[in-house]
Design a protein around this ligand. Structure first.
Ligand SMILES: NC(=O)c1ccc[n+]([C@@H]2O[C@H](COP(=O)([O-])OP(=O)(O)OC[C@H]3O[C@@H](n4cnc5c(N)ncnc54)[C@H](OP(=O)(O)O)[C@@H]3O)[C@@H](O)[C@H]2O)c1
Length: 237
């Protein structure tokens, strides 16, 4: 089988965990990568990749909570690439230690802002660049913890609520972007050994990203907001 043509890909939260694994895997397969994180100049893992990929790796500063900057950021993106083929909305937060009876509005609101509002508004700001892309796609890093149908226990409420809402944001984005041929998918990566997933998680980030990229390669043209596991199997909403 021929390998796919190089793509222009933007990754949020690219400094560690799954985001960094995406950057490494995309560079290894020849893609052009716009790796974004809050402090790219301080991130040695990303900076160390630059010498080997001076023309294909661009490090851009982006705090996804700073949505007021998104249109200026879209212009920064335009200075590097004339179109985007893939936006990976990867940045996310998981507050720990939440207990019913002690929930705080600040935690719920901050989590929604990063995990739900940011991916939706960033995709909106980058929609024109995506519309010019080849087989363009928005991939939201969701989780099975955002599945309403599968939820039985009171667990990580801010995270679960924000990811259930992200799934809805993905469906709405899918509807909004369908006319431009932009596919949208909400992906559960599995339980992955990162700072968020912890040391006991089942998968290493490279393995999860390998499967996720295969699923993205096979995504049909009419994928407008599906909720899939890393192998491409549908998950219950
Ligand atoms: N690991 C798992 O088992 C698992 C399972 C299901 C879904 N996911 C999802 O996969 C995605 C990546 O998770 P991970 O496991 O790689 O987590 P992680 O190791 O905790 O990394 C999270 C990334 O998000 C970035 N981030 C957080 N807030 C940000 C902000 N305001 N602006 C820019 N970047 C921000 C972090 O950047 P800083 O370094 O600046 O903090 C970091 O790069 C998340 O959306 C998560 O919900 C993970």
């Amino acid at each position: 089988m021929n390998s796919p043509a190089p793509r222009r890909v933007l990754v949020t939260g690219a400094g560690r965990g799954l985001g960094l694994a995406f950057v490494r895997a995309l560079l290894a397969r020849g893609d052009q990568v716009l790796a974004t994180c809050r402090e790219p100049t301080a991130n040695t893992a990303l900076r160390d990749l630059l010498p080997a990929h001076p023309d294909r790796l661009h490090l851009l500063a982006l705090d996804v909570n700073d949505s007021a900057r998104f249109s200026a950021f879209a212009a920064d993106v335009g200075a590097h690439v004339e179109a985007l083929d893939l936006l990976i909305n990867n940045a996310g937060v998981l507050p720990t230690g939440e207990r019913f009876g002690q929930l705080r509005a600040e935690t719920l609101e901050a989590t929604l802002r990063t995990n739900t509002v940011a991916p939706l508004l960033l995709a909106q700001a980058l929609a024109p660049a995506l519309a010019r892309g080849r087989r363009p796609c928005v991939a939201n890093l969701s989780t099975e913890l955002g599945s309403i149908a599968s939820t039985r226990q009171f667990h990580s409420p801010s995270y679960a609520i924000s990811k259930a809402a992200l799934n809805m944001a993905g469906v709405l984005l899918g509807a909004a972007l369908a006319a431009d041929g932009v596919r949208v998918v909400n992906l559960h990566p599995g339980w992955v050994r990162t700072q968020m997933g912890g040391p006991n998680a089942a998968l290493d980030p490279e393995h999860a990203v390998h499967d996720l990229l295969q699923t993205l390669d096979r995504l049909p043209a009419d994928c407008h907001g599906a909720f899939l596991d890393r192998h491409g199997q549908p998950l219950p909403w």
